[in-house]
Write a protein that binds this ligand. Structure first.
Ligand code: UD1
Length: 339
């Protein structure tokens, strides 16, 4: 069964392609390589013995996307990862974010409609909840006004899909990720941030390996036990597996509504200092960090209520925080040894 994975060369995309191929799906990747490295295709082949089909083009281009779908109308499902994802950059360049993240989605939905492709899994984010009033946060919590154009593209995208499923045979599953970290256990694929990382985990590993001098911990005056912000970190392979299950749910017609939303987290919240302590414990080294002021736009604490995803998808995140931080470290070491 042929599945299109947009952004399949990227961090979460590549881990998902591995899981799909290991379950026997035929994968075709579309990626414009704007934030990813073509070498990842060989890395996927090294893990799975299969090099996925690949086309390099920009899904923002309506004509190229239309042509692609005409040639691949036998696709049974789409997992749409391809998007920009840096919060700060989206504040500086909002139009770039709206153009890239929204035009591509519209072009994909049009291609689905024109070619009778029914199943779309969409990469969404817990950012849609803002700072929730109740924790853990369920899928029924209100979507709050987005803090950034990036977050807004996720909210608008969910609405675009919702409106589309109402008037077509298309069905959608939005997966709202909490904080994906870690790397494949083989250390053959992992996160490859270009430039200075925005996210915590790659900043930690790059500091430990000596690429960055010091990690800044953004704020220790939050209303949390140790004062640092709390997130629900989830291993990227656990996350990838949920995508395969979502695809199976769609193609096997197990959906209960034509558009469903699921939280993908572990259900456990950890503070920034707890992540650092885990990293120091598993790698047996001290991390150079200092406490600085809060980062604009950060929420204080958020973690997932995973009951709905656990019950409906029959999926549960399995890997502990220590396993996540260790796998991230092994990946960073592998990158260093390749240089
Ligand atoms: C945010 C969004 C998430 C989005 C992601 C994209 C929320 C709740 N989450 O994740 O949906 O997909 O951006 O990038 O809005 N930190 C440091 N020092 C650093 C980096 C991070 O202390 O150098 C702290 C942050 O302040 C935060 C935690 O680490 O408390 C996690 O930060 P990060 O990895 O950037 O993810 P979020 O901001 O939670």
């Amino acid at each position: 069964m042929k599945i299109l994975v947009t952004g399949g060369v990227g961090y979460i995309g590549s881990h998902t392609v591995v899981e799909l191929q290991q379950k026997g799906y035929e994968v075709i990747i579309v990626d414009n390589l704007s934030n990813s490295n073509i070498g990842v295709l060989d890395a996927i082949a090294e893990i799975t013995d299969i090099k996925p089909a690949f086309e390099e083009f920009d899904l923002v281009d309506k004509n190229l996307t239309e042509d692609f779908f005409k040639r691949h109308s036998d696709i049974k499902g789409i997992i749409h990862f391809a998007a920009y994802k840096a919060v700060g950059e989206s504040v500086a360049e909002p139009l770039m974010y709206y153009r890239n993240n929204l035009y591509s989605l519209v072009n994909i939905l049009q291609g689905m409609k024109d070619n009778n492709i029914e199943n779309l899994v969409f990469s969404s984010s817990c950012t849609v909840y803002g700072q929730p009033e109740e924790l853990p946060v369920t899928e029924n919590a209100p979507v709050q006004k987005a803090e950034s154009p990036y977050g807004n593209t996720k909210q608008i995208s969910e609405e675009v899909i919702l409106d589309t499923v109402k008037s077509t045979d298309i069905k959608g599953i939005a997966l709202r990720y909490f904080n994906p970290i870690g790397a494949h256990e083989s250390a053959i694929i992992g996160e490859l941030p270009l430039g200075i990382p925005n996210n915590l985990m790659p900043f930690i590993t790059q500091t430990a390996i000596g690429i960055r001098e010091q990690l800044s911990v953004f704020g220790d005056d939050y209303n949390t036990p140790d004062g640092t912000a709390i997130r629900d970190y989830i291993h990227v392979v656990d996350l990838a597996k949920a995508h395969v299950i979502a695809v199976e749910r769609m193609v096997n017609k197990k959906m209960k509504k034509s558009f469903e939303y699921f939280n993908l987290g572990t259900g456990n919240g950890y503070s920034v200092l707890e992540v650092i302590k885990s990293f120091e414990r598993v790698t047996e080294q001290k991390l150079n960090y200092k406490i600085v002021g809060r980062r604009a736009g950060d929420v204080e604490q958020v973690w997932a209520d995973t009951n709905f995803a656990n019950d409906e998808l029959g999926w549960k995140a399995e890997q502990s925080l220590d396993k996540m931080t260790l796998s991230a470290w092994k990946w960073e070491q592998k990158l260093a040894s390749n240089k």
